[in-house]
Unconditional design. Structure first.
Length: 339
């Protein structure tokens, strides 16, 4: 069931680590309620960090973007896959080694900042290829990367997000671009730095000694899986990519601890639910019948989803969901689960 009055989710944690795109903002506009939520955390003296797979901006640029939206942030609070990839290569390569950069100028800047030399061509004999998202990335860049990797360069991907959120719906992300090179080479990158790899979240958690960290994300395949791999609890918000249908089909490694529509769930006990919940709770009943799940009763929509998670996650395959009450039909329609 949703939380009891007074039992705020955030009270159990010393630090909250946010994903950015789809949680705090969508492209370049804050998601409703996000500015207020972060401001409230700051006012309460809680540690805040941001972990993003977006390799097209440097930490300082992300901090400036957030501050411009009304979320005061410092570069030290921002953990990017671009910076993490550059640090990894710094530790593996000699100073001044050439690195072929496929991605945005921010990724080139991070590579240069750690004492490596960004190059553009396979003829420059790069010792590594680092691949991150960039709007300008096209066939020429991907071809150069393919040639360099085939010649022996280490292949590091900042992240493998299949899509990125936009106002027009999900668009191809760095994972889609990485798959082009993967198809050409017939193999995977040597290293993937960003989520769902745990390092971004683990780095943030190490900054808060003796306190618990909560990860807030909008994607099961990156944010939530990354949190689980880092041994951290997580909150899935429905303001970005993953939806309830994807949640019901989630494999164990991608299941969050909590679910909320948005960041109000951090502070309002009625706006968050632990998943899975009982199949009979909060006025709802979920019954397995005729190869599907029947949702009946009435109550909080989030309690209904928590009950459905319990039943769906115990099934070998994701069963169809049917409503057996008018309230259940409205809930299924709200979350896009209607037949």
């Amino acid at each position: 069931m949703t939380g009891d009055a007074g039992a705020r989710l955030v009270d159990g944690y010393a630090q909250v680590v946010f994903d950015l795109d789809g949680v705090i903002y969508l492209i370049d506009r804050p998601i409703p309620g996000a500015v207020e939520a972060v401001g409230r955390l700051h006012a309460e003296g809680r540690a805040v960090a941001y972990a993003t797979n977006n390799a097209s901006r440097r930490s300082s640029e992300v901090a400036e973007l957030l501050t411009g939206m009304g979320v005061p942030a410092s570069a030290a609070e921002v953990l990017t896959s671009a910076a993490a990839a550059a640090e990894l290569l710094r530790d593996r390569l000699p100073s001044g080694a050439p690195v072929l950069v496929v991605g945005a100028e921010a990724l080139r800047a991070e590579i240069a900042a750690v004492g490596l030399v960004p190059v553009d061509r396979a003829e420059d004999s790069p010792q590594a290829v680092v691949q991150g998202y960039g709007k300008q990335v096209g066939w020429v860049e991907l071809a150069e990367a393919t040639v360099a990797i085939r010649a022996g360069a280490i292949w590091v991907a900042t992240n493998t997000d299949r899509t990125l959120p936009s106002g027009r719906g999900p668009l191809p992300g760095n994972g889609a671009l990485v798959s082009v090179v993967r198809t050409a080479l017939g193999r995977d990158p040597d290293v993937v730095v960003g989520k769902p790899e745990p390092e971004l979240f683990a780095t943030a958690a190490r900054r808060v000694e003796g306190g618990r960290t909560l990860v807030v994300g909008d994607r099961l395949d990156t944010d939530i899986e990354g949190a689980r791999r880092a041994g951290l609890e997580s909150l899935l918000v429905l303001t970005g990519v993953s939806d309830v249908a994807e949640l019901l089909a989630a494999e164990p490694a991608r299941r969050p601890t909590y679910l909320a529509r948005d960041l109000a769930g951090l502070f309002d006990p009625a706006a968050v639910v632990r998943v899975p919940g009982p199949t009979e709770a909060g006025g709802w009943t979920v019954t397995a019948r005729d190869g599907g799940l029947e949702l009946g009763g009435a109550g909080s929509p989030l309690d209904a989803v928590a009950a459905l998670c319990a039943a769906a996650w115990s099934a070998s395959t994701v069963p169809p969901v049917r409503a057996v009450s008018p309230e259940a039909a409205r809930v299924l329609a709200t979350f896009g689960l209607s037949a």
